[in-house]
Design a protein around this ligand. Structure first.
Ligand code: ADP
Ligand code: ZN
Length: 574
């Protein structure tokens, strides 16, 4: 580029220098000069004007007589005749400029289209991958719930005709969400493998392009290829790259992203029903996704892929240990217990590193020593180091806290179902979580609302009675938010509180009448009364609380059956 611009400027320079205005003299004056012998050179050419140079080096132009004898005449006057068909100054210079300009434009455009071409090309590289050594659900350990929910899809891809016959509308997109390394990619591969169809893996960042419209055209390209393959699985990893929540006012730059996202949505809506193509997307963060992606007909099936609990970790370790010689001293159950908060990818990495150490030390098999070394290697440089080394005290607090929620849920209403309690963090809760499904009914009674408040307070209450008032933790913050919310609406908008009466706060507020002081007092009273009641309830079932927590500490995740078993056994012995 530098060379070209230098060439252009210098040719401009030369051009203008050669074209400095030369004075014109009449032909008769020229003849006089000629006769007086002061003409040195004449540039003879086929142009209307001729350049002449006098002895004093002055330059003039004069008319070209264009006669045959002109040259002879000049020569007879002893003039130096310089013949050129075209002078450099008149033709060559502007030509140079033109050529370099043309070259410049050409170069630019070529470069641009080259870049675009390259990007296009990398897109055309979206090749389907057929798995010969097929990956199936057998290669995914743990994640039982996710697998169960995906199995149905496999059947749909295999036999879309049956679903069509029954007029079933099938999901087009499945969103797998959960922490990194939990096997989302693996699950997508497994779906394709189980259905025995081509698999098109892409990454959301592939569609974030510098050139306008390219992202969108890549999307169309991808779907075209998938359709050509007929039945297939498209896998879009890190979908958040293209599907981030759109902000109200469009900031420049996000427009291109919108175009890409719109192209994706259009392609997904454009599927003919029951084509046998499934789009699987993965993200670590479902909360940042644009809602448009989650609507029916798009990624309307959302499957959480969680960090493995102790049992799942054992299964994963076993799976990745299958093809490796393990020393008989290695206890995978124990290893599973020591790898709290490890993802599947990290466990796989652990096994792999251990094998490397074994090879390095010329060992016959992987021993505990190799495993220990690998354990520290996998942990080093891990930002969540302290998480993996989690304080046993923290685990205990989480266990009692979650057990408190679960136990209260069952104590306040027998028809409540507690389907899962875990001390492994997930998107449902930071420390752990307790999933309760309230009995199915249209209306909630005042008692139901009181119960829900107590369930929310159960975590904090358990912490207090087990570890003492001084040792309550920050773990209850979202619980308190929930409890306050319910209590506030109970008093302020549902007319369920005797003392506050039937007033609706929203109406009062809209009329700018403030009654909030009373409201706060009543809400606080309700929360405090219910908290006391929750504590009494837990104290009365302290043994059950301990049992649930102990089981949680051992298994990390317990299910409905476990809960019911613990509670029933206690009832029998009581
Ligand atoms: P994600 O897509 O959720 O980030 P991956 O599917 O890429 O995670 O997992 C990376 C690797 O970790 C997998 O190839 C596999 O070897 C291992 N892995 C992760 N989860 C599991 C699992 N549940 N069972 C077996 N291996 C797993
Ligand atoms: Zn809680």
């Amino acid at each position: 580029m530098l060379i070209i611009s230098i060439a252009v400027t210098s040719s401009f320079f030369v051009y203008f220098k050669n074209n400095k205005r030369t004075e014109e003299i009449s032909y008769t004056l020229f003849l006089q000069h000629l006769k007086s012998g002061i003409v040195k050179d004449v540039y003879l050419e086929d142009s209307p004007k001729l350049k002449i140079i006098l002895n004093n080096d002055n330059e003039f132009l004069t008319d070209n007589p264009r006669t045959q004898e002109f040259k002879e005449e000049l020569l007879m006057y002893d003039v130096n005749v310089i013949e050129k068909s075209q002078t450099a100054s008149d033709v060559v210079m502007p030509l140079t400029i033109l050529v370099s300009l043309a070259f410049m434009i050409f170069y630019f455009r070529k470069n641009m289209s080259k870049q675009a071409e390259r990007e296009m090309e990398s897109m055309s590289n979206i090749e389907s991958i057929n798995y010969d050594s097929r990956i199936g659900f057998k290669d995914v350990a743990g994640n039982e719930e996710a697998k169960a929910s995906l199995e149905e899809l496999v059947d749909f891809i295999k036999n879309p005709e049956i679903y069509k016959k029954f007029g079933v509308r099938l999901p087009r997109g499945v969103l797998l969400y959960g922490p990194p390394g939990t096997g989302k990619t693996l699950l997508a591969k497994a779906i394709a493998g189980e259905a025995n169809v081509p698999y098109f893996p892409v990454n959301g960042s592939d569609f974030v392009q510098v050139y306008a419209g390219l992202g969108a055209s890549r999307i169309r390209d991808l779907f075209k290829k998938a359709k050509e393959a007929e039945k297939s699985v498209i896998f879009i990893d890190e979908i958040d790259c293209i599907g981030k929540k759109r902000k109200g006012g469009n900031i420049s730059g996000s427009e291109e992203g919108d175009r890409t996202l719109n192209a994706l949505l259009a392609e997904m809506s454009g599927f003919k029903d029951n084509e046998g193509i499934i789009v699987v997307a993965a993200t670590n963060r479902i909360d940042v996704l644009d809602e448009a992606l989650l609507r029916p007909g798009r990624f309307d099936r959302q499957v959480e892929v969680e960090l493995p609990d102790i049992n799942a970790r054992y299964k994963i370790l076993k799976l990745h240990g299958e093809n490796k010689p393990l020393d008989k001293d290695i206890d995978l159950k124990k290893l599973a217990a020591e790898t709290v908060y490890f993802s599947g990818a990290k466990l796989e990495n652990l096994m792999n590193e251990a094998a490397m150490y074994a090879i390095k030390s010329n060992s016959e098999a992987i021993t505990n020593e190799h495993m220990d070394k690998a354990y520290y290697k996998v942990l080093v440089g891990d930002e969540k180091l302290d998480r993996s080394y989690i304080d046993n005290k923290d685990k205990e607090i989480t266990a009692f806290h979650e057990a408190g929620h679960a136990l209260i849920a069952k104590l306040v209403d027998k028809t409540n179902r507690v389907t899962k309690v875990s001390i492994i963090p997930s998107t449902k809760g930071v420390g752990g979580f307790s999933l309760n499904i309230p009995a199915d009914k249209i209306y909630k009674t005042k008692k139901d609302l009181y119960s829900n408040i107590m369930i929310a307070l159960g975590g904090r209450a358990a912490e207090e009675i087990v570890f003492g008032k001084e040792n309550i933790t920050t773990g209850a913050s979202s619980d308190l938010e929930k409890a306050t919310e319910i209590a506030l609406s109970l008093v302020g908008s549902l007319g369920m509180d005797d003392e506050f009466g039937l007033l609706n706060l929203n109406v009062l507020m809209s009329r700018d009448i403030k009654e909030d002081n009373n409201l706060i007092i009543r809400t606080k009273e309700i929360l405090e009364d219910l908290y006391k009641e929750t504590i009494e309830l837990l104290n009365g079932s302290r043994d059950k609380l301990e049992k649930i927590s102990q089981e949680l500490l051992i298994k990390e995740t317990i299910n409905e059956d476990d809960i019911n078993r613990i509670l029933e056994v206690n009832e029998l012995t009581a």
